[in-house]
Each structure stands twice: as structure tokens, then as C-alpha cells.
Design a protein around this ligand. Structure first.
Ligand code: TUI
Length: 320
């Protein structure tokens, strides 16, 4: 039994969220995570509103458990999707790649809980003031678009700066990471890469195999100069990008090179030309498991990790 303000807020058995990843987090994965007792989250990415309405309806056919929608703030359809989420009675929205401040009032009016991803203490403070219900605090270990600070350093600083509950993300894929996040004061975790490499994700087998094969230093950052750094597994695409970046390519040239690359990896399994967005924890992932195995595994591994800590600290704590 895991009980935190996040399990209460989201009405879920486990305080484990699945990152709302573009192309990856479709109804199949989302329903599997929610059915397993976590919170599945549809990744809207750059998709049009009607495509997301379709994903929502398909998810509802597969589960009657709560699930959310992630709205990517750089998307030109973000506002449309806010409207659709309110229409469809979705209980929770997460956001990424920018501040959702201008949508908070509308979401609140429709009883939608709002949980922004934040990469800094200052944005965490601001969004708490503006009415966020909780925060996903994401370290630079994460995959996709990232901030600069590590999970280890950022989580306790945000926990001390705000009163609303914090969900840790970036670098977590098992029960040890989950327990570590709780130790830092988080009341839940969000995982992306671990769920990309799950049985139920629709990601092409080549991409899943690349995660399983990857080692500690394989998930690197491209696009630091553009202001939109992205972490992905190294391959032909990241090498080409890095060369262009070093040679002073313009933002537009780099955009053009990146366009369509995530879809290429996820749907077509092109692991050389595609963008294999993954976190640093990819190196830890050794097998493809079902979402139920992942989530239940985390609960039992966390209990084991706690026993290990207990054996060091002495049961009954430091004084015992
Ligand atoms: O959003 C993500 N991960 C993503 S979004 C994405 S699509 C994309 N591709 C290329 C460039 C940009 C986007 C692929 N992966 N994770 C959550 C996240 N949000 N990480 C960092 C942030 C973030 C960054 C800045 C959140 C807020 C923010 O605010 C800046 C400001 O003050 O407005």
C-alpha cells in the first residue's frame, strides 16, 4: 500500500505516472499503465486536436481507470487540446516545454487537475502561485527536451520551495530510483524510457531493442545551442546533427534536419536516421516487460531497497 498526496489527487493505486510522450503514449500504452494502477498519460505532442480526441475515446474503451493528457506548450494546437480535454472530462493534464499559466483558469473551471513539468525552482514557485495542483520536477537525466539540473539536486530544492506535492522525473526506471525519489521528498515518480520499452507500447521493436542494448553513455544531448536541448540515443542522426551544430548551422537548418525524426524512429523503426529520444537510465533497462510487471516490480524492488537501507541504518532509525 503506497499512500501519498499524489495517489489521493489522482485516485490511483501507485504514485507512478507514465510520461506523456509524443507518438509513443497512445491509447494502448496509456490504458495498460492505468489498468496496472499507475496513471497513463496520452502524449499530444504536435498532433491536432481531433487526433487527440480519438486517442481519448479509444483509451476510454480500454479502461475505466483515470488517465491524463500531456499538452506540449510549443504545439500550435495546445489551445484546441485544452478545450477538448475539458469537453471530454479528463481528470488531469500535464504540460511540458513551457509554462501552462494561461490555461490554468480554464482547466480549473472544468475541474481538470493541472500538473506542469518544471525544470527549475523559479518556475515551480511561479506555477504554484498560479494554481498548479502538483508539479512534475524533471532532471536533465530525462529523455526528449530537458532542463539543466539533475534530479538529485533539483527535487529537494523544489520540495523545500513549494507546498504542493512533487513528482520526480528523469533517471528513474526501477524501485531503487522510486525509493530515492521518495527520500528526496517527492510523493510520486514519472517514467518515460521505462514505458517506451514496455510490451504494450506501440514503439517499433527496433527502438525497444536499441534501449535494451544501450549503455550508460549512449543517451546524449543535441541542440544545446538552439535553446531546445533534446536527449536521444546516439546514432547517425545525432552525429549529423552534432556536426552541423558545431559548424554553426542556423536554428532553421537544425529544425529542418530534426523534423519528422521521432516519428521515423517510433513508427518505422529507423534506428539510424530516427531520433531515439531516451533518458540516461536507458542503460539500466535490460528487458521488455509489461506495464503491470514494471509497476508491480517497482513496488517490490522499493521494499527490497528499503530493507537494504534499514540494514545499514539499523532498524528503528538512527537512534534505534
Ligand atoms: O517536454 C518534455 N519533453 C519533450 S517535449 C518534446 S517535443 C520538442 N522537440 C524538440 C524541441 C522542443 C520540444 C520532446 N520531449 N519534457 C518536459 C519538460 N518541460 N522538460 C523541460 C520542460 C520545460 C522547459 C521550459 C518546462 C517549462 C519550461 O519553461 C520555460 C519558461 O519559463 O516558459
Amino acid at each position: 500500500m503506497i499512500n501519498t498526496r499524489i495517489t489521493e489527487l489522482l485516485n490511483v493505486k501507485y504514485p507512478i505516472l507514465q510520461g506523456g510522450m509524443a507518438w509513443v503514449a497512445t491509447h494502448e500504452l496509456v490504458a495498460a499503465v492505468s489498468e496496472a494502477g499507475g496513471l497513463g498519460i496520452i502524449g499530444a505532442g504536435n498532433a491536432r486536436g481531433e487526433a487527440i480526441r480519438h486517442e481519448i475515446r479509444e483509451t476510454k474503451k480500454l479502461t475505466d481507470k483515470p488517465f491524463g493528457v500531456n499538452i506540449m506548450m510549443l504545439s500550435r494546437y495546445a489551445e484546441d487540446i485544452v478545450g477538448i480535454v475539458c469537453d471530454e472530462g479528463i481528470p488531469v493534464v500535464t504540460t511540458g516545454a513551457g509554462s501552462p499559466a494561461k490555461y490554468i483558469d480554464k482547466l480549473k473551471k472544468h475541474n481538470v487537475k493541472i500538473i506542469p513539468v518544471v525544470p527549475t525552482v523559479s518556475l515551480a514557485r511561479r506555477l504554484e502561485r498560479e494554481g498548479a495542483d502538483a508539479l512534475i520536477v524533471e532532471g536533465t537525466e530525462a529523455g526528449g527536451h530537458i532542463g539543466e539540473l539533475t534530479t538529485m539536486a533539483l527535487i529537494p530544492q523544489v520540495v523545500d520551495a513549494v507546498k504542493i506535492p512533487v513528482i520526480a522525473a528523469g533517471g528513474i526506471a526501477d524501485g531503487r530510483g522510486f525509493l530515492a525519489a521518495l527520500s528526496l521528498g517527492a510523493e510520486g515518480v514519472q517514467m518515460g524510457t521505462r514505458f517506451v520499452s514496455s510490451k504494450e507500447s506501440i514503439v517499433h521493436q527496433n527502438f525497444k531493442d536499441a534501449i535494451v542494448k544501450s549503455k550508460d553513455r549512449d543517451a546524449l544531448v543535441i541542440g544545446r545551442n538552439t535553446g531546445y536541448p533534446v536527449r536521444a540515443l546516439k546514432n547517425k542522426f545525432t552525429r549529423e546533427y552534432t556536426v552541423l551544430e558545431k559548424n554553426g548551422a542556423t536554428f532553421e537548418e537544425l529544425e529542418l534536419l530534426s523534423s519528422g525524426r521521432l516519428k521515423l524512429a517510433v513508427l518505422e523503426g529507423d534506428i539510424e536516421k530516427g531520433s531515439l529520444m531516451s533518458g540516461q537510465i536507458a542503460g539500466l533497462i535490460e528487458d521488455i516487460k509489461s506495464c503491470k510487471e514494471i509497476i508491480e516490480g517497482i513496488a517490490s524492488e522499493a521494499a527490497e531497497a528499503l530493507n537494504f537501507v534499514d540494514s545499514i541504518m539499523g532498524r528503528g532509525g538512527m537512534d534505534g
